[in-house]
Write a protein that binds this ligand. Structure first.
Ligand SMILES: Nc1ncnc2c1ncn2[C@@H]1O[C@H](COP(=O)(O)OP(=O)(O)OP(=O)(O)O)[C@@H](O)[C@H]1O
Ligand SMILES: [Mg+2]
Length: 329
């Protein structure tokens, strides 16, 4: 590869990254031809028969590992994944793993845990640690946009993520990977098969997040390289989450005690964020110059606990199959 700016002939330089080179090689392999811009050039035939496929939502990751407060086993799982992703070349080529598995495998992760425990955040953190964008897939969209075309949509989503060098994130993956036969619709089973085989052959990174690891397809077990559990944080972690989520700038009154809040209210990180915001609202309703008091926090936390109970009751009545853990939401 010769860089037009510095004229260097090598794998990469200041202007052309290794990723750029890989992308160019991939495009050339696919038969893409490159032309100089030319106004007289005939406009290409429009691809009338090619439907516009739904693409995943492209998310620029906002969080890094330091934003996350996690239990040790959860953190270990993520650090394992990062170790492999950062040193994949070494593992597969220099250490010869490629000879054993016959291909450069991608990495598939399963993040399982109740709502608001940091799964989406962790996926973003992994993407940002690797300097990659994240493609978030909503399965309902894949299924609905082009009825009968789910299979192609799935393939398209995988290909688009690979081309962009993105981390592919299936949120609410349980909707996708309902245990086969569980939903008992044959077309659905076929889609799951397509998904599983795409995952098996995918050389990139896929992360599946779910609240219900138990209903996930057993066939997934074999295809998941690292399964990471995201439990509801214990009191010590909840305390750290309060410290992380209450900004230093927030005017706290004397007597605000995160220890007490953390011990008394069993809440997920997502719910703690709600508590912090509600405590701020409580204080603002007295006026801008008031400090945020412990009373503001306890009222907010009580409210959040009630909300969680309400949500889980409603949820269970509407959809008895989806088991949600009460009190966490
Ligand atoms: N472990 C954590 N450390 C720090 N902040 C957290 C943590 N967990 C949750 N939060 C806070 O809660 C918010 C919501 O978390 P997140 O969206 O990652 O949860 P989730 O596990 O993906 O939930 P869901 O299953 O509902 O999608 C985060 O943006 C963050 O502010
Ligand atoms: Mg999420």
């Amino acid at each position: 590869m010769k860089c037009p700016k510095c004229g260097r002939i090598r794998e990469s330089c200041r202007h052309v990254s290794r990723d750029d080179v890989r992308r160019i090689v991939r495009l050339l392999d696919a038969g893409v031809e490159v032309y100089q811009a030319d106004d007289d050039r005939e406009s290409p035939e429009p691809h009338l028969h090619e439907p516009v496929r739904p693409v995943a939502q492209v998310v620029q990751p906002r969080y890094s590992m330091t934003d996350l407060v996690l239990a040790d086993p959860t953190k270990e799982g993520i650090l394992d994944a990062l170790a492999e992703l950062r040193h994949k070349g070494l593992m597969y080529r220099r250490w010869g793993l490629k000879k054993v598995v016959k291909k450069t495998k991608g990495l598939s992760l399963l993040f399982a845990g109740p709502p608001g425990t940091g799964k989406t955040m962790a996926a973003e953190a992994i993407s940002s640690e690797l300097g990659r964008p994240m493609h978030v897939v909503n399965y309902a969209q894949l299924e609905n946009m082009w009825v009968g075309e789910t299979e192609k949509n799935i393939e398209h989503v995988f290909k688009a993520a690979l081309d962009a060098g993105a981390v592919l994130f299936f949120d609410e993956a349980d909707a996708v990977f309902q245990r086969r036969g569980f939903m008992a619709t044959p077309w659905m089973n076929r889609d799951v098969n397509v998904l599983l085989s795409q995952m098996e052959n995918y050389p990139g990174i896929v992360i599946l997040a779910t609240n219900l690891a138990r209903v996930m397809d057993r066939a997934l077990d074999r295809r998941i390289d690292i399964a990471v559990e995201f439990p509801v944080p214990d009191a010590a972690l909840r305390r750290k989450i309060y410290e992380r989520l209450v900004p230093n700038e927030a005017p706290l009154a004397k007597g605000v005690d995160f220890d007490v809040l953390a011990t008394k209210y069993l809440l997920s990180g997502g719910s703690i964020l709600n508590v912090v915001r509600q405590a701020m609202r409580n204080s603002l309703r007295r006026g801008k110059r008031h400090r945020i008091t412990m009373e503001d926090f306890t009222r907010a936390a009580e409210r959040e606990m009630k909300k969680a109970t309400l949500l889980s009751t409603d949820h269970l009545q509407e959809a008895p199959r989806r088991e949600r853990l009460g009190g966490y939401a």
